[in-house]
Design a protein around this ligand. Structure first.
Ligand code: WTA
Length: 675
C-alpha cells in the first residue's frame, strides 16, 4: 500500500534543529532529565507508571482493580473496576479550590462580543443542564447528539451529558443534514442539542433547520430537540418535541442547581465521535472515560506545559477530536482557562486571531498548518499590528507542517521565542502520541518528534518488521496499548478489529493508517495517509464518501476521487467522473457546479471537490480496482511513469493522457490570461 503512494522513499530533507530557550526549559513542567526519567520508568515498569499517574491525576469515586485488562485483545480495558465522573473531574474538584472564580471558558464572537464563564458559573450551568437532560428522561448510556456552533453551551452540553453518564456525540456544525442523519441513524440518540444557528464570516448560518431536515427521513425516533437561542431568528419549533434551552434552564422544575454526578466505570463510553475511514461510511469512534481523561490531562501538562496562569487557545471546532481533547476535557480537567472563538480567522479582518491573542493575553496557541499557511499568505502586516508577546508556546496538529509554514509560525508569530510542538495523533488515539516536549527536546521543522513517555510507536514494513534505515519510509504502528485508545467502533466490533488490528495481527500492533520515517535521532517524520483517506485542511475525508455522494447524483455512472497537493489546504479534492449514457455533456460548467453542490449537500462544504474532470472511463486493474495512483498523477499534473502493465484496458491510459494534455493546455491558457 505504502509503495503505491510513493511513500517508501522520503524526499523531504530538513536539517534545522531548534532548541528551547534556557528560560523556557528552566520553567518547563518537564525538562530533559525528567523526560528521560519518565521514558525509562515507562519502559521498565509500564504498569507502575500508569498506575501512579491514574491515581495522582484523577478523582476516583472507587479505586480501579488493575491497570490493564488485556484478556480480550484488541479490546483493551484500562483501569477496570474504577468509578469516576468526567464532569466531576473537570468541575467539582476545581470549585472546591481557589479556582472556583478562575475563568474556565473565555468565549469571543466575530464581532468582538466576549463572555467569560468562571469554573463556578460553568459548574452551575452544567449541573442545571444535566438535570434538564434527566427530566427529559435521558439516562446513563443513552446517546446525546450535539450539533452546535462554537459557543459555551456546546461545552455545557458535553459536560452535562458526561455528568449523567450519557454518551455524547458531537457532530461538526459544518456537516450537512444528510451527514447528520447518517450519524443520528447510527448513534440512535434520545435527544439532539442544537442552536437556532451560528455566526460565520459575518453571516448567521441556520442549524436547527438542518436538524429538522435530518429528522424527516429518519429510521429512528428522536424524542427531543433542545435548541439554544443564539442568532435570535424565528424558527420552526415542533410542539412537544422541540424546546428552547433558555426556557428549560429557567424552569425550576427542570433545572435545579445540583445534579449528583453518576459514578461510571472507567470504560463507560464518554463519547462517540465520527471520523472518515477508507469505506463509504464514517466510523463512530468510542472513547472511554478514565483512560481518555487521564491522557488528555497528562498531555496538557507535558506537551502544552500548562500552568495555572496560562490562557490556552486551541482553535479547533468542538466537532473534531482536537476540540474535544484540547478545547474542553484536557484544559478543564487541568483547571486551565480555555478560549473558544466562534468564527473564521479572517473576519472581520485577517487580524482577528492576532487581535484575540492580544486582547486575552493568550499564552499557548494550538492550531493547524492549513490555518497557518492561509494566514501567512495574507502578509505580515496583520500580525505586526498586534502585540503577541504573551505567546510562549505554539502547537500544530492535523497534517505534516511544511518547513516554510513552520518557520513563519516560529519567527513571525512566536518571535523566535516560543517553541513549537508538532503533535501527531488521531481521533482514535484520543490524545497526543508523537511530539516533542517543549522544554526538554529540540524541534525539527516538519518532524512531529518522538513518542511520548508511555507510548510505544514504530515504523515497520508491510510484514510488520521494524525498519531501522533512517531514510526508509514505512507504516506507522503503535506497539503497546495506551490509556486513551479507542474502545471500539460504535456498533461494529468486527470493523474495529479489521481496520486497526488485522494488518499486524500476529504482532498485536495498532495500524495507524499513516506512512512515516524515523530518522537517526529517533524523530518521526509523518508522510501522510496510506489508505484512501484525504487530509483537506487537516480534516479527514474518505475518498469513498465523496465517491458515493457523487454516484448518488442522477448524472453519474462512476466516480473516483483523489487528492492533489495544495498550498493552503494540504490536499485538494479532485473527482474523475464518468457520466451516465445519454447525459448531455454540453452544459459542462453548469454540471460541474451542480455536482460540487450536490457533494456539499450530501456531506458538507469541506468535502466539495475543487475540481471535477469528466472522463469516458476510469483506469482499472484487471481485477477491477481503480488505479488511483494514475489519477493522482494526472490530477497533480505529474508525468505518468509508473508500471501500467496491470491496466485492464490500455486505451484508457491513452485517453487519460490526452485528457491530461488538454487540462494542461487549459491551465496554461488560464495562467497566461491571469497575467
Ligand atoms: C494526520 C487529528 C502529520 C495523520 C488529531 C493522522 C498528522 C490524521 C498530524 C488524524 C501531525 C494529524 N503531523 N500528520 N502532527 N496530526 N495528522 O483523526 O494522517 O482528524 O492519521 O485527528 O491526521 O486525523 P484526525
Amino acid at each position: 500500500m505504502g509503495k503505491q503512494r510513493g511513500f517508501i522513499e522520503s524526499k523531504l530533507k530538513e536539517n534545522r534543529v531548534f532548541y528551547p530557550s534556557i528560560d523556557f526549559a528552566q520553567k518547563a513542567n518537564i525538562d530533559t532529565d525528567e523526560l528521560e526519567r519518565l521514558k525509562k520508568w515507562a519502559e521498565m515498569d509500564w504498569e507502575g507508571f500508569w498506575r501512579y499517574f491514574a491515581v495522582k491525576k484523577i478523582h476516583w469515586f472507587k479505586r480501579f482493580e488493575e491497570v490493564l485488562d488485556d484478556s480480550n485483545p484488541p479490546f483493551f480495558r484500562f483501569f477496570p473496576g474504577g468509578k469516576l465522573n468526567a464532569s466531576y473531574n473537570c468541575l467539582d474538584r476545581h470549585i472546591k479550590s481557589w479556582r472556583k472564580n478562575k475563568a474556565a471558558i473565555i468565549w469571543e464572537s466575530e464581532n468582538g462580543e466576549t463572555r467569560i464563564m468562571t469554573y463556578q458559573e460553568l459548574y452551575i450551568e452544567v449541573n442545571k443542564f444535566a438535570n434538564v437532560l434527566k427530566t427529559l428522561g435521558i439516562k446513563k448510556g443513552d446517546r446525546v447528539i450535539i450539533y452546535m456552533p462554537m459557543i459555551p453551551e456546546a461545552a455545557v452540553a458535553m459536560l452535562a451529558s458526561a455528568r449523567i453518564g450519557a454518551i455524547h456525540s458531537v457532530v461538526f456544525g459544518g456537516f450537512s443534514s444528510e451527514a447528520l442523519r447518517d450519524r443520528i441513524n447510527d448513534a440512535k440518540p434520545k435527544v439532539i442539542i442544537t442552536a437556532d444557528g451560528g455566526f460565520r464570516n459575518g453571516k448567521a448560518i441556520p442549524l436547527k433547520s438542518k436538524v429538522d431536515e435530518a429528522m424527516e427521513e429518519l429510521d429512528y425516533k428522536v424524542d427531543y430537540v433542545v435548541v439554544v437561542r443564539h442568532i435570535d431568528r424565528d424558527i420552526h419549533m415542533k410542539p412537544l418535541r422541540d424546546f428552547w434551552y433558555q426556557d428549560l434552564m429557567s424552569d425550576p422544575d427542570y433545572a435545579q442547581i445540583y445534579c449528583h454526578p453518576e459514578a461510571v466505570e472507567s470504560n463507560n463510553p464518554l463519547f462517540i465521535l465520527y471520523t472518515s475511514g477508507s469505506t463509504g461510511k464514517p466510523k463512530g469512534i468510542v472513547h472511554s472515560t478514565a483512560g481518555y481523561l487521564l491522557w488528555t490531562m497528562l498531555t496538557m501538562k507535558w506537551v502544552f506545559d500548562i500552568k495555572d496562569e496560562d490562557t490556552f487557545w486551541c482553535t479547533a471546532d468542538i466537532g473534531w477530536i482536537t476540540g474535544h481533547s484540547y478545547g474542553v476535557y484536557g484544559p478543564l480537567a487541568m483547571g486551565a482557562t480555555t478560549v473558544m472563538y466562534e468564527g473564521v480567522p479572517t473576519y472581520p479582518t485577517p487580524a482577528k486571531w492576532w487581535e484575540l491573542v492580544e486582547k486575552h493575553s493568550i499564552n499557548i496557541l494550538y492550531t493547524a498548518p492549513t490555518a497557518i499557511r492561509a494566514l501567512m499568505r495574507l502578509g505580515n502586516e496583520w500580525v505586526l499590528k498586534h502585540n503577541l508577546t504573551s505567546l510562549r508556546l505554539l502547537g500544530s496538529v492535523g497534517e505534516p507542517i511544511n518547513p516554510e509554514a513552520w518557520m513563519w509560525y516560529y519567527t513571525t508569530i512566536g518571535n523566535e521565542r516560543a517553541p513549537i510542538v508538532d503533535t501527531w495523533w488521531q481521533t482514535e488515539t484520543g490524545g497526543h502520541m508523537i511530539t516533542t516536549l517543549p522544554g526538554a527536546q529540540a524541534a525539527k521543522p516538519g518532524s512531529a518528534g518522538t513518542p511520548l513517555p508511555g507510548i510505544f510507536a514504530d515504523v515497520v514494513d508491510t510484514e510488520g518488521k521494524k525498519i531501522n534505515d533512517p531514510d526508509k519510509g514505512g507504516l506507522l504502528v503503535i506497539t503497546k496499548p495506551w490509556p486513551s485508545m479507542l474502545l471500539t467502533i460504535w456498533g461494529d466490533d468486527k470493523k474495529y478489529i479489521d481496520v486497526y488490528w488485522k494488518k499486524f495481527e500476529d504482532k498485536g500492533y495498532y495500524f495507524a493508517g499513516d506512512g512515516a520515517r524515523k530518522d537517526s535521532d529517533g524523530y518521526f517524520w509523518i508522510m501522510g495517509r496510506v489508505d484512501d483517506v484525504l487530509n483537506v485542511s487537516g480534516h479527514r475525508i474518505g475518498t469513498m464518501e465523496v465517491e458515493s455522494a457523487l454516484v448518488s447524483h442522477r448524472y453519474v455512472a462512476e466516480a473516483a476521487v483523489v487528492g492533489r497537493p495544495d498550498e493552503i489546504t494540504g490536499e485538494a479534492i479532485v473527482a474523475f467522473v464518468v457520466l451516465k449514457e445519454g447525459v448531455d455533456k454540453s452544459r459542462h460548467d453548469e454540471m460541474v457546479r451542480e455536482l460540487r453542490e450536490h457533494v456539499q449537500k450530501q456531506i458538507g462544504p469541506i468535502a466539495k471537490p475543487q475540481e471535477i474532470i469528466f472522463t469516458d472511463a476510469l483506469p482499472k486493474t484487471r481485477s477491477g480496482k481503480i488505479m488511483r495512483r494514475l489519477l493522482r498523477d494526472i490530477a497533480a499534473g505529474r508525468q505518468i511513469n509508473q508500471d501500467t502493465s496491470t491496466l485492464e484496458d490500455a486505451t484508457v491510459l491513452d485517453k487519460l493522457t490526452e485528457l491530461k494534455q488538454k487540462l494542461e493546455e487549459e491551465m496554461n491558457k488560464n495562467n497566461s490570461s491571469n497575467k
